[in-house]
Design a protein around this ligand. Structure first.
Ligand code: ATP
Ligand code: MG
Length: 335
């Protein structure tokens, strides 16, 4: 069976890590066909717009995209192309695994293996109703949480637990203070949790969650939370396992899903062959899981782990003297 995916090579280190990633995927006989599409600065230069219609059409048709980081220039109509993509395709679930890998800078070499499931479409993060009074003294923001939005994200988290054999979902909230918004999220979560008696569910206030994550990360399995809390917590979790170079993310909706690296375009090292391709490769592994190719996804992750264990051609951020392509060639050879 062949599956066509939209491939967005992106800006900064984007093209380098995408070439490296496709090199590894090509070595796996996945039956994938790539449809290349532009977005970001490169699209602005080539087509005069950041997010061309052809790119949106390609994602809509293929329903799956693998995307490198994008630059959103200031004053070009969007505050962020990534946020715009999430909106256009209603990609309501942001799924970010955080797992310790060998020979990386994790402070918890044995302990961390968790997934943050972040609501991606509502809450304070969206910036709805933002305004600043004329005298500059008062700023306002509307925060909207809906039962439907809460229900679908919590359901996603519990279904993910079942699908991946995970045992526990922690609902992270601030319902003691934000009684209406976070309160509705928590109340909805309790209703959904009752439908999954086979999965343990606990509740934790967001500030305590941050402390617990730093002190005893092994107590977490899947975390589900609202948009802004999820934004902060998932970066915290990336830090627990040694930083951005190994942190992938998926943005999943009913009609489309976009897989990516969590990090940005890293202009400071672009074009130098120094970029670590692992985050995007792990994003590709999430994509394979999503496509039902779980065995291949596991094989890809195992090859990354073997390469890290052997310290084979690692990029400078991992303390190695390899480069983006030699690292990916090493990973491909472990496959
Ligand atoms: P953007 O504005 O697109 O977010 P940025 O300058 O914030 O770009 P990030 O990508 O967020 O850059 O990265 C922050 C730091 O981490 C940079 O110093 C960058 O070099 C480093 N970094 C990010 N991704 C990688 C990677 N894949 N491999 C190696 N270093 C990386
Ligand atoms: Mg950044």
């Amino acid at each position: 069976m062949t599956q066509t995916i939209t491939v967005i090579r992106g800006d900064g280190i984007g093209p380098e890590i995408m070439d490296a990633t496709l090199h590894v995927l090509d070595s796996m006989n996945l039956g994938l066909q790539y449809e290349f599409a532009d977005a970001g600065l490169v699209a602005l230069e080539k087509h005069g717009e950041l997010l061309p219609q052809a790119t949106l059409d390609s994602i809509r048709k293929n329903r799956i995209a693998l995307k490198s980081p994008l630059t959103t220039p200031v004053g070009e109509g969007f505050s962020s192309i990534n946020v715009e993509l999430r909106k256009r395709f209603d990609l309501y679930a942001n799924v970010r695994p955080a797992k310790s890998f060998p020979n990386t800078k994790s402070r918890f070499p044995d302990g961390v293996d968790l997934i943050t499931v972040r609501e991606n479409t509502e809450g304070a993060y969206i910036g709805e109703g933002q305004s600043l009074s004329e005298d500059g003294e008062t700023a306002l923001l509307t925060q909207k949480v809906t039962r439907r939005g809460s229900e679908r994200i919590v359901r996603y988290a519990f279904d993910l637990a079942r699908k991946t054999g995970r045992k526990k979902v922690t609902v992270v909230h601030k319902a003691n203070i934000l009684k209406s918004t976070s309160g509705l999220f928590l109340k909805t979560a309790r209703t959904v949790a009752a439908e999954y008696p086979d999965i343990e569910c606990n509740e934790m206030i967001v500030d305590n969650t941050c402390m617990q994550l730093v002190m005893r990360p092994e107590q977490f399995d899947i975390i589900v939370t609202t948009n802004l809390f999820g934004d902060i917590i998932s970066d915290l979790c990336a830090g627990l396992v040694g930083g951005l170079g190994l942190a992938p993310g998926a943005n999943i909706g009913t009609d489309a899903a976009i897989f990516e690296a969590v990090h940005g375009t890293a202009p400071d090292i672009a074009g130098q062959g120094k970029a670590n391709p692992c985050a995007l490769l792990l994003g590709a592994a999430q994509m394979l899981d999503h496509l039902g190719q779980t065995e291949k996804a596991e094989r890809l992750r195992a090859a990354i782990i073997a390469t890290l264990e052997a310290k084979d051609s690692l990029t400078p951020d991992l303390g190695g003297s390899g480069n983006t392509m030699s690292f990916s060639q090493a990973i491909a050879s472990w496959i």
